[in-house]
Design a protein around this ligand. Structure first.
Ligand code: AMP
Ligand code: GLY
Length: 450
């Protein structure tokens, strides 16, 4: 099969690498791709949000399948257009992608179907929102833009002033454009966060290996929210018991709810969960593979990804067994100094070698381009340096060793990726995890990664 992947970040690099392992895959295409992807797939200069451009490209290169990876084209209906034109396409239609495209939609869905999440109220008028904040008088307060905002539309306000400022900036000030004209104010939840990506064809849902993102820009979970500064998989807080509870109370009810609403979800559904003292709750849904979760989850996938995509498209996901490698995987994101705010582009990257010059490491490109044979920075998140090993400790050691060999002016990365997860492994409350993991490995017949 020839496959076209739409997108151009670290997530798409990980998708391309996994697909390239498949004996079923012949040629890989990616648009727009990036400097790293270009070594494995033919890339095109068509933006991931250019629906007409991508359709014209598909008509020209005639791929056997298209996988649409980023949120915006999914929410805008790229899958619908490609399918209407006869292309076998992986990803949800616009009607289903709204689960990420509108927080108001997802909150109403969870309320209607009794899926556990933070309590919330929706506002389109800033003075009503501020009056509500005053009445609640409970901080931190969580304020979210309704629509897509590059992972930056959530403000955790520590005071009334900060909360009021966020509400005014979104509703009256046009911050995030139309995405911020409606806001959700929700209860502040506490507990470890877990990302669970899942494969679903609308009938069956298969959760992937769990992971933990590190969303804040700075060490110790300080600084601004970003798209994600690093990930580890599996997430030690996500025990077999938690997975069972999530399956019963969140995963299956969500799939059923979407079916009941006439919005069957097909593709990768991402559950952003918080394990609160009152059980797991949904923080957010994403209608796609997470970034940088994909960079630690897909390397652990044993089963042929192309086979899974085909099974989903043909609604026979229940027929295949999806297997995972044992051990752990860690990704450290190397970003441009200044990210997530402003940062320069075009800086030369030194020491870059796709294997990170370390045994077992691999460098996924997120924002790079090649010019005159040199790799240059071309985005906020530039590289995701990934390693897998039998233990998380070893995986982190390898990733950081590889990171230390790569450099550019004012490079920024977190030094504490995986720290919380490592602590969780030795937390006495969490020791049962080890046994669960061993049972899981046995039941699922996974074997050790080479
Ligand atoms: P989101 O973009 O919805 O995933 O939110 C970004 C981050 O904000 C999450 O990963 C959480 O760390 C935090 N967050 C979102 N909603 C809440 C909440 N209700 N309570 C506490 N933290 C939250
Ligand atoms: N890493 C979080 C996301 O992909 O939205």
């Amino acid at each position: 099969m020839d496959i076209l992947v739409v997108g151009g970040g670290g997530r798409e690099h990980a998708l391309i690498m996994k697909l390239s392992e498949s004996p079923r895959v012949d040629k890989l295409y990616c648009t727009p791709g990036n400097g790293g992807i270009a070594q494995y797939a033919e890339c095109f200069d068509i933006s991931a949000t250019d629906i007409d451009g991508v359709l014209a490209l598909a008509k020209r290169i005639k791929p056997d399948m298209v996988a649409v990876a980023p949120d915006d084209p999914l929410v805008m209906g790229m899958v619908d257009v490609l399918r209407e034109n006869g292309f076998k396409t992986f990803g949800p239609t616009a009607k289903a992608a709204i689960i990420e495209g509108s927080k108001v939609f997802s909150k109403e869905l969870m309320e209607k179907y009794g899926i556990p999440t933070a309590k919330c109220r929706v506002f389109t008028d800033s003075s009503e929102a501020i009056a509500y904040l005053k009445e609640q008088n409970s901080y931190p307060a969580v304020i979210k833009a309704d629509g897509l905002a590059l992972g930056k539309g959530v403000i955790i306000a520590q005071s009334e002033e900060e909360a009021a400022e966020a509400v005014k900036a979104m509703i009256d000030g046009g911050k995030f454009g139309k995405s911020g004209s409606r806001v959700v104010i929700e209860e502040f939840l506490t507990g470890p966060e877990v990302s669970v990506l899942s494969f679903t064809d609308g009938k069956t849902i298969v959760p992937m290996l769990s992971s933990m993102d590190h969303k804040r820009a700075l060490d110790g979970d300080k600084g601004l929210n970003t798209g994600g500064m690093g990930t580890v998989a599996p997430n030690p807080y996500y025990t077999a018991a938690v997975e069972k509870e999530c399956m019963e109370k969140i995963f299956l009810p969500t799939i059923n709810a979407m079916n009941a609403e006439g919005r069957t979800f097909e593709g990768c559904l991402y559950f952003g969960l918080m394990l609160t003292p009152n059980g797991p709750k949904v923080i957010e849904y994403n209608c796609r593979f997470g970034d940088p979760e994909t960079q630690v989850v897909l390397p652990m996938l044993e089963t042929d990804l192309c086979e899974i995509f085909e099974a989903i498209y043909e609604h026979r996901l229940s027929d295949i067994k999806i297997k995972w490698k044992s051990g752990s995987c860690a990704c450290v994101v190397m970003a441009s100094g200044g990210y997530p705010e402003s940062y320069p582009k075009g800086l030369e990257i030194s020491g870059l070698d796709e294997r990170g010059q370390i045994d077992g490491a691999f460098v996924y490109h997120a924002g790079t381009k090649v010019k005159d044979g040199k790799f240059l920075t071309n985005g906020g998140r530039v590289l995701g340096v990934v390693s897998s090993a039998l233990t998380l400790e070893e995986a982190l050691k390898r990733s950081y060793a590889a990171v230390s060999r790569i450099d550019w002016e004012n490079v920024h990365y977190r030094k504490d990726i995986g720290k919380r997860a490592l602590e969780a492994y030795t937390d006495p409350l969490n020791l049962e995890y080890k046994d669960d993991m061993e049972d899981y490995i046995e039941e699922n017949g996974v074997y050790l990664r080479q």
